[in-house]
Design a protein around this ligand. Structure first.
Ligand code: SF4
Ligand code: SF4
Length: 142
Protein backbone atom coordinates (compact mmCIF):
# COMPACT_ATOMS: atom_id res chain seq x y z
CA UNK A 1 0.00 0.00 0.00
CA UNK A 2 1.97 2.78 -1.27
CA UNK A 3 0.43 5.32 0.53
CA UNK A 4 1.42 3.47 2.19
CA UNK A 5 4.60 2.87 0.65
CA UNK A 6 5.01 1.68 4.07
CA UNK A 7 1.81 0.08 5.03
CA UNK A 8 2.97 0.07 8.54
CA UNK A 9 1.44 0.76 11.89
CA UNK A 10 2.12 3.66 14.17
CA UNK A 11 0.40 5.79 16.67
CA UNK A 12 1.65 8.93 18.22
CA UNK A 13 0.42 9.35 21.74
CA UNK A 14 0.15 13.07 22.33
CA UNK A 15 0.25 12.42 26.05
CA UNK A 16 3.52 10.54 25.97
CA UNK A 17 6.58 12.39 27.16
CA UNK A 18 8.66 11.01 24.31
CA UNK A 19 6.17 11.67 21.55
CA UNK A 20 8.28 12.11 18.46
CA UNK A 21 7.93 14.87 15.96
CA UNK A 22 4.84 14.94 13.84
CA UNK A 23 1.30 16.11 14.13
CA UNK A 24 0.47 14.63 17.51
CA UNK A 25 -3.12 15.77 17.31
CA UNK A 26 -3.64 14.04 14.00
CA UNK A 27 -3.63 10.53 15.48
CA UNK A 28 -6.04 11.71 18.13
CA UNK A 29 -8.48 12.62 15.38
CA UNK A 30 -8.09 9.20 13.74
CA UNK A 31 -10.88 7.41 15.55
CA UNK A 32 -10.23 4.02 13.96
CA UNK A 33 -6.46 4.15 14.47
CA UNK A 34 -6.40 2.65 11.02
CA UNK A 35 -2.73 1.82 10.82
CA UNK A 36 -2.76 -0.44 13.88
CA UNK A 37 -5.54 -2.71 12.61
CA UNK A 38 -3.62 -4.81 10.09
CA UNK A 39 -0.21 -5.94 9.05
CA UNK A 40 1.20 -6.83 5.67
CA UNK A 41 3.69 -9.32 4.35
CA UNK A 42 5.43 -9.19 0.99
CA UNK A 43 5.05 -12.36 -1.03
CA UNK A 44 6.82 -13.47 -4.22
CA UNK A 45 5.13 -12.42 -7.41
CA UNK A 46 2.92 -15.36 -8.42
CA UNK A 47 4.12 -16.54 -11.81
CA UNK A 48 2.22 -19.74 -12.41
CA UNK A 49 -0.66 -21.92 -11.35
CA UNK A 50 1.22 -23.40 -8.41
CA UNK A 51 1.95 -19.93 -7.05
CA UNK A 52 -1.70 -18.93 -7.37
CA UNK A 53 -2.78 -22.18 -5.74
CA UNK A 54 -0.55 -21.29 -2.81
CA UNK A 55 -2.03 -17.81 -2.64
CA UNK A 56 -5.53 -19.29 -2.75
CA UNK A 57 -4.68 -21.44 0.24
CA UNK A 58 -3.54 -18.35 2.13
CA UNK A 59 -6.71 -16.42 1.26
CA UNK A 60 -8.84 -19.33 2.35
CA UNK A 61 -7.98 -18.24 5.89
CA UNK A 62 -10.01 -15.71 7.79
CA UNK A 63 -9.05 -12.04 7.60
CA UNK A 64 -6.43 -12.58 4.90
CA UNK A 65 -6.54 -10.55 1.69
CA UNK A 66 -3.98 -9.82 -1.01
CA UNK A 67 -3.03 -6.87 -3.15
CA UNK A 68 -0.50 -5.79 -5.71
CA UNK A 69 0.85 -2.29 -5.90
CA UNK A 70 3.92 -0.70 -7.42
CA UNK A 71 6.07 -2.44 -4.81
CA UNK A 72 4.83 -5.93 -5.62
CA UNK A 73 2.48 -8.48 -4.09
CA UNK A 74 1.48 -8.47 -0.44
CA UNK A 75 -0.72 -10.32 1.95
CA UNK A 76 -2.99 -8.02 3.92
CA UNK A 77 -3.65 -9.49 7.33
CA UNK A 78 -6.61 -7.75 8.87
CA UNK A 79 -6.02 -8.34 12.53
CA UNK A 80 -5.75 -5.42 14.89
CA UNK A 81 -2.69 -5.17 17.04
CA UNK A 82 -3.15 -6.81 20.44
CA UNK A 83 -1.81 -3.69 22.10
CA UNK A 84 -4.17 -1.21 20.50
CA UNK A 85 -6.39 0.02 23.29
CA UNK A 86 -10.07 0.81 22.95
CA UNK A 87 -9.14 4.44 23.41
CA UNK A 88 -6.93 4.25 20.33
CA UNK A 89 -3.71 4.40 22.27
CA UNK A 90 -0.79 2.02 22.11
CA UNK A 91 -0.62 -0.13 25.23
CA UNK A 92 3.13 -0.61 24.88
CA UNK A 93 3.98 2.85 23.65
CA UNK A 94 7.36 3.06 25.37
CA UNK A 95 8.51 -0.34 24.13
CA UNK A 96 6.65 -0.52 20.84
CA UNK A 97 8.47 -2.05 17.87
CA UNK A 98 10.82 0.11 15.84
CA UNK A 99 8.56 -0.12 12.80
CA UNK A 100 5.92 1.72 14.80
CA UNK A 101 8.39 4.29 16.11
CA UNK A 102 9.84 5.07 12.73
CA UNK A 103 6.57 5.52 10.89
CA UNK A 104 5.54 9.09 10.32
CA UNK A 105 1.97 10.27 10.20
CA UNK A 106 2.92 13.11 7.86
CA UNK A 107 0.99 11.46 5.03
CA UNK A 108 -0.85 8.37 6.13
CA UNK A 109 -4.11 6.52 5.65
CA UNK A 110 -6.04 9.34 7.19
CA UNK A 111 -4.98 11.37 4.15
CA UNK A 112 -5.34 8.74 1.46
CA UNK A 113 -6.79 5.26 1.54
CA UNK A 114 -4.17 2.62 0.86
CA UNK A 115 -6.60 0.89 -1.48
CA UNK A 116 -6.41 3.84 -3.84
CA UNK A 117 -2.92 2.71 -4.82
CA UNK A 118 -3.69 -0.94 -5.39
CA UNK A 119 -3.24 -2.25 -8.91
CA UNK A 120 -4.96 -5.48 -7.91
CA UNK A 121 -6.94 -6.30 -4.79
CA UNK A 122 -8.40 -9.62 -3.69
CA UNK A 123 -10.77 -9.33 -0.78
CA UNK A 124 -10.81 -13.07 -0.27
CA UNK A 125 -10.64 -16.52 -1.77
CA UNK A 126 -13.51 -16.03 -4.20
CA UNK A 127 -12.16 -12.93 -5.87
CA UNK A 128 -8.74 -14.49 -6.30
CA UNK A 129 -10.30 -17.64 -7.74
CA UNK A 130 -12.23 -15.53 -10.24
CA UNK A 131 -8.96 -13.84 -11.24
CA UNK A 132 -7.25 -17.23 -11.69
CA UNK A 133 -10.11 -18.49 -13.87
CA UNK A 134 -9.85 -15.39 -16.01
CA UNK A 135 -6.08 -15.56 -16.25
CA UNK A 136 -5.95 -19.31 -16.95
CA UNK A 137 -8.74 -20.40 -19.25
CA UNK A 138 -8.26 -24.03 -18.27
CA UNK A 139 -7.96 -23.33 -14.55
CA UNK A 140 -10.61 -25.87 -13.55
CA UNK A 141 -9.14 -28.67 -15.64
CA UNK A 142 -6.97 -30.99 -13.63
S1 SF4 B 1 -3.62 6.18 10.30
FE1 SF4 B 1 -2.37 8.04 10.47
S2 SF4 B 1 -3.57 9.42 11.76
FE2 SF4 B 1 -4.40 7.33 12.03
S3 SF4 B 1 -3.31 6.54 13.85
FE3 SF4 B 1 -2.19 5.89 12.00
S4 SF4 B 1 -0.59 7.46 11.71
FE4 SF4 B 1 -2.15 8.31 13.10
S1 SF4 C 1 2.51 -1.75 19.02
FE1 SF4 C 1 1.34 0.12 19.36
S2 SF4 C 1 1.87 1.50 17.67
FE2 SF4 C 1 2.50 -0.57 17.11
S3 SF4 C 1 0.77 -1.46 15.96
FE3 SF4 C 1 0.49 -2.02 18.11
S4 SF4 C 1 -0.80 -0.42 18.99
FE4 SF4 C 1 0.02 0.34 17.05
Amino acid sequence: MSKPKSYIPVTIDPHASDAHSGDVEKCSRCTGTICCTYTTQAVPTPRGRDDFQHLLWQLAHENIQAYKDEDGWFLLINNRCRFLGKDGRCGIYHSRPDVCREYSNDYCELDERAEDNFELFFDGYESLLAYCRKRYKNWDQK
